[in-house]
Design a binder for this molecule. Structure first.
Ligand SMILES: [Zn+2]
Ligand SMILES: [Zn+2]
Length: 207
């Protein structure tokens, strides 16, 4: 990717707080061998993956000056490079830790992309790959996670589980999702399924 755009949006206000674009290439620089004087759009010469992290981190650095605000919590995707960059740059001094909240939509997107990747991996037998390439099955993967998140969130307010326990139980549910989808209900929680759904017929060959 030769240009990258990223922005920070306030979770409550839905207002754009910071936006920037990084360009790796400039049309004029590309076309002319002798660089004539021009308004150059190239403002990035490092790797593309660091562009997003740089833009977001800049926004955090400016937040006090621009809005007199501390961005205390970051709702972000599973990509850890952005959060890592923010922690390293310590925009509010070394003792203030910006908290990270995982976004369910990003989590699901990453999860389903990884499963779709398995479907494209030609090292695996086509018969098995087909099991995860249709949208019905991908939808079931999505539902399993959504259901677990919903239950663990609502249930958590009824019983007095600590945040750590809640996260641990949710983690177990998410890992169990694929087993449930392919018919192994031995580890399914009662809330999760009635354990009588028909087996989808996937044989797992262990060699
Ligand atoms: Zn240029
Ligand atoms: Zn089940």
């Amino acid at each position: 990717m030769c240009h990258f755009q990223a922005c920070i949006i306030g979770a409550r206000t839905k207002r754009i707080l910071h936006v920037n674009v990084k360009n790796k290439y400039c049309v004029v620089c590309q076309r002319s061998e002798h660089s004539r004087e021009h308004k150059c759009f190239r403002n990035w010469n490092k790797t593309s993956t660091s562009m997003e992290a740089a833009i977001i981190s800049e926004g955090f650095q400016e937040s006090i000056k621009k809005y007199n605000l501390i961005y205390g919590r970051l709702i972000g995707d599973g990509d850890s490079s952005v959060y890592k960059r923010i922690t390293e740059s310590a925009p509010y001094g070394p003792t203030f830790v910006v908290e990270k909240i995982e976004c369910r939509n990003h989590l699901l997107r990453n999860y389903l992309n990884k499963i779709a990747d398995i479907g494209k991996d030609t090292k695996l037998p086509i018969l098995f790959r087909k099991k995860v390439t249709n949208s019905d099955v991908l939808g079931r993967f999505r539902n399993a996670v959504t259901k677990a998140i919903q239950y663990r969130t609502e249930h958590a307010t009824q019983i007095n589980n600590s945040m750590h326990t809640k996260a641990e139980l949710l983690r177990k549910d998410i890992i169990n999702g694929p087993r449930h989808i392919f018919g192994d209900h031995s580890n399914c929680e009662d809330y999760f399924c009635s354990k009588s759904e028909e087996v989808s017929g996937l044989c797992i060959i262990i060699s």
